[in-house]
Design a protein around this ligand. Structure first.
Ligand SMILES: [Zn+2]
Length: 170
């Protein structure tokens, strides 16, 4: 498979050592041999079935985003704050982990300003899992001393619309 206009991508340097991902069930994703040559992205892969998905990075769906918010808020030291409404009418959500009144410092984690960067929201999910792990002494210490302001998806509209870069008004 050749992506003929890969050379016109927003960030061409990103193709260096890049490997596309593929999935048969949209659950498990694996890397496939990919190379960038002469302005084209070449994915060389022999599918085992007629139906297969390829992606830039493992997708992080809007449904999973909503699941993440609901799951996070079930933890005692986490609450969600609605920052506002997007142009398409979706909520822009912030998760606050820890107690701002006693925290020694605040840490901000924001993901997916570029909505196509799904790996950033996977990172947030793993980050929160660790932070919520009561058996993890380091995580316990951090969440007692600091307050974390986490925006798992800065650009839900772009994520749903499948836009890579920032949303243009109008
Ligand atoms: Zn970015």
């Amino acid at each position: 498979m050749r992506l003929l206009n890969a050379g016109q991508a927003a960030y061409v340097d990103g193709w260096e050592d890049y490997q596309a991902v593929a999935s048969y069930d949209r659950e498990h994703w694996f890397r496939v041999p990919t190379r960038y040559e002469n302005g084209e992205l070449v994915i060389e892969h022999q599918p085992e079935t007629n139906s297969l998905y390829y992606a830039y990075f493992a997708p992080y769906s809007y449904e999973r985003h909503l699941d993440l918010l609901a799951w996070a808020e079930q933890h005692d030291n986490c609450r969600s704050v609605r920052l506002g409404q997007t142009l398409d009418g979706r909520d822009l959500d912030l998760l606050v982990v820890g107690n701002p009144a006693v925290a020694k410092a605040a840490v901000w984690v924001t993901a997916r300003q570029h909505p196509g960067e799904t790996m950033a929201e996977w990172l947030v999910e793993g980050f929160l899992e660790r932070l919520f792990d009561n058996d993890d002494a380091q995580a316990r210490r951090l969440s007692q001393q600091l307050v974390f302001y986490v925006v798992p998806n800065m650009n839900p509209d772009g994520s749903v619309r499948g836009i890579y870069g920032p949303m243009q008004p109008g």
